[in-house]
Design a protein around this ligand. Structure first.
Ligand code: ZN
Length: 64
């Protein structure tokens, strides 16, 4: 039954979505990222949540 949805229902769903977006899809923890300087003014996004959870990050080659 695809009926009409109440406004409160929609709001609740939107909230649920927001919560999902805040969850990292790699480690499942709350997303926490940081910009780390890798040299010569270059910065790189690092997922602190994954580091804490011990999940390997697949973001290209290691700086070296
Ligand atoms: Zn993560």
């Amino acid at each position: 039954m695809a009926g009409k949805m109440s406004k409160t229902n929609v709001a609740a769903r939107a909230e649920q979505r927001a919560n999902v977006n805040k969850t990292c899809r790699f480690c499942g923890q709350e997303i926490e990222v940081a910009l780390v300087v890798v040299g010569r003014g270059k910065t790189r996004m690092v997922r602190l949540c994954c580091e804490r959870a011990g999940v390997a990050q697949d973001q290209g080659q290691a700086a070296g």
